[in-house]
Design a protein around this ligand. Structure first.
Ligand SMILES: [Zn+2]
Length: 257
């Protein structure tokens, strides 16, 4: 039996109406931090005091910090609504100052934070947190660990310097080994990825999807939203050189292109 074309057309229009009417229309600034400190020793560090002021500003200006998972589900249309002024906080690399400087502020304001971690550094590099510290942070229910590849490669450089075969092997390891290690160490599924140095290309986006990541994040300085490639949803890197005015401008979506 075949359906008359008119019925198919009406069904199609209804489907289109429903997907459009309930589409995730809000865009979300996703902030990317690295480390905090009393002094700014490098471009990845922001003064602990400034981080505290930014959180205080968000709280007193009606923002709701939502988890990265909530934002991703909203973008994918799996949940239908989020608060009006929603914003996401992430911190990359697992630096020990996340534990010493950032965590007390996060606990004070009780907001969710996603930590993008590359497992090779944890309980290994001097600058990094330990697995116990990561588990302690997750036990607060405020922090959540996701993947930042296995050892934070520069894929652009590797693609040039390695043979095709070596590069393929490396990409595979970075995506799969990181996910498997973090799942084993943290005891929960790893669904999200942050591209090291914000570097990606079309091939890597396909690879990340194949490896089972549901969404991946870059640092392309605009808001995350439905309709963009989910393997490269953008974030804003927050650096110490930004004053509170610039932070307000990012958070309020004024800098979204
Ligand atoms: Zn990083």
């Amino acid at each position: 039996m075949t359906f008359p074309t008119s019925i198919i057309r009406v069904a199609f229009l209804w489907a289109l109406f429903f997907t459009t009417a309930f589409a995730a229309d809000k865009s979300i600034p996703v902030l990317c931090y690295h480390r905090c400190g009393e002094e700014v020793k490098d471009s990845m560090t922001i003064k602990t005091k400034a981080f505290g002021e930014q959180l205080a500003w968000l709280m007193s200006n009606g923002y709701t910090v939502i988890s990265l998972d909530t934002a991703a589900k909203y973008i994918k249309g799996e949940i239908k609504s989020i608060p009006a002024k929603s914003i996401v906080i992430t911190a990359d690399d697992g630096h020990k100052s996340v534990y010493s400087d950032m965590a007390p502020i996060i606990k004070k304001y009780k907001v969710p934070v996603t930590l993008f971690i590359y497992p090779s550094a944890i309980s290994n590099a001097k600058y990094a947190m330990t697995w116990d510290q990561l588990r302690e942070l997750e036990a607060t229910k405020l922090f959540h660990v996701e993947s930042h590849t296995y050892w934070h490669p520069n894929f652009k450089r590797e693609k040039k310097s390695l043979s095709k075969e070596e590069y393929e092997k490396s990409v595979h390891a970075q995506l799969y080994k990181s996910k498997a290690t973090l799942e084993k160490k943290m005891g929960h599924p790893i669904k999200y990825l942050a591209w090291p140095f914000g570097i990606y290309d079309e091939d890597l986006l396909v690879r990340a999807k194949e490896a089972g990541y549901e969404m991946a994040f870059s640092i392309d300085n605009h808001n995350a939203k439905a309709g963009l490639n989910n393997m490269t949803q953008p974030r804003y890197m927050i650096i110490d050189a930004y004053n509170l005015k610039r932070f307000e401008s990012i958070s309020s979506g004024k800098e979204d292109k």
